[in-house]
Design a protein around this ligand. Structure first.
Ligand SMILES: *Cc1c(COP(=O)(O)O)cnc(C)c1O
Length: 357
């Protein structure tokens, strides 16, 4: 029985290494600094009681709130089950299996390549420059054959840097008519001045991904947005499932996007950015720290001497970080999500104990 099922599986799925999400990897911790979640919980209430009707496919009220928040027309917005669904829908809609390709620029978020692989679409990996973490435009341009989508994460996860706006504009110009450029802005609220939303006006091949999972502290409701020209949104509306957004998700997302919800989000972002500065400062004084990469998001990438010992020691103490050692250029690097002040303090205390031994 087991054998026959194995024979039925598509060959690209048989050998697929699934995304190692923080929840999948586990770690029996009480200080979870491995998924870039917001450490400050926010209480939401709902008065909804009846759920016998299907929800709207694209809830107009929610789109209208996001439209006010982001300054785009409703026709340029698609609501999705997290930004992850946006990544997936784009490949479904634009990439022919075994024919087309996507580009991504490692080290970066893994889900672009994993979704492509599930769809039997080739991923061309064009690494960023090692010294600057900026995209290699010439190399991308030499590899555009068959490429429908170019995924760029900004700020990049896990390095934390911002991609130069001029590079993105050049890329948009060079690929107009042949590829779409997808900017993943999952962390943009932590450095909102770096958003590329303004570029949507003049660049019809630009797509932007957003989420409520990070700065809005709503990873648990799975709500994201794809921003693009109306023609692209219409195409994505053909492939999205009929009722992707649960009624209760819309109810809570609307509260998060109200005037007070947005103000609270901005206060949280200020607090977390301050915590990041504090943490980076403290890390600079620890002898086992080899390098701290400048971050514009709610995490920081750190290269350690003895990284394995640090990772394991903290793990045993219930402080869970994200190991990046396996990624290109990231030997001995750990990604630390910015926690509450007391969590950052605990982390520093534990690393100090270890490195002074
Ligand atoms: C967390 C994350 C996402 C996923 O966001 P969801 O809305 O929770 O699906 C997408 N892109 C990047 C770069 C992320 O880090």
């Amino acid at each position: 029985m087991k054998d026959s099922i194995a024979n039925l599986v598509r060959s690209n799925i048989k050998h697929l290494q699934p995304y190692q999400s923080a929840r999948r990897i586990g770690g029996d911790g009480n200080i979870l600094l491995n998924a870039n979640e917001c450490p400050i919980p926010v209480v939401f209430k709902t008065n909804l009681t009846l759920f016998n009707r299907y929800p709207e496919c694209q809830p107009k009220s929610l789109i209208s709130f996001y439209s006010n928040y982001v300054g785009l027309s409703s026709s340029q917005i698609l609501v999705t089950r997290g930004a992850d669904e946006g990544i997936e829908l784009l490949i479904k809609a634009f990439c022919n299996p075994r024919k087309d390709a996507i580009i991504c620029c490692p080290p970066t978020y893994d889900m672009y390549a994993i979704n492509a692989s599930i769809s039997n679409v080739e991923t061309k990996e064009i690494p960023v420059f090692h010294d600057t973490w900026q995209i290699d435009l010439d190399n991308i341009q030499r590899n555009l054959d068959k490429v429908k989508l170019i995924y760029i994460c900004n700020p990049n996860n896990p390095t934390g840097n911002i991609i130069l706006k001029q590079d993105i504009i050049n890329l948009l110009d060079k690929t107009l008519g042949s590829s779409l450029v997808v900017i993943d802005e999952a962390y943009i609220e932590f450095s909102s001045e770096n958003s590329m939303v303004e570029l949507l006006k003049d660049h019809p091949n630009l797509i932007i991904l957003r989420t409520l999972s990070k700065a809005f502290a709503l990873a648990g409701i799975r709500c994201g947005f794809t921003l693009a020209h109306k023609e692209i949104i219409n195409i994505l509306n053909k492939v999205i499932s009929p009722y992707p957004i649960p009624t209760i998700v819309t109810d809570i997302a609307i509260q998060a996007l109200s005037k007070s919800g947005i103000k609270n989000m901005k206060d949280r972002v200020s607090t977390l950015n301050l915590n990041r500065h504090w943490l980076v400062n403290e890390l600079h004084q620890i002898s086992w720290v080899k390098k701290i990469f400048n971050s514009h998001a709610n995490y920081v990438l750190v290269k350690f001497h003895m990284f394995e010992q640090i990772f394991q020691h903290l793990w045993n103490k219930g402080i869970i970080l994200r190991n990046q050692n396996h990624k290109v250029y990231l030997k001995k690097c750990l990604r630390i999500s910015i926690g509450s002040y007391s969590e950052c303090l605990r982390l520093i205390e534990e690393i100090k104990i270890l490195s002074n031994k």
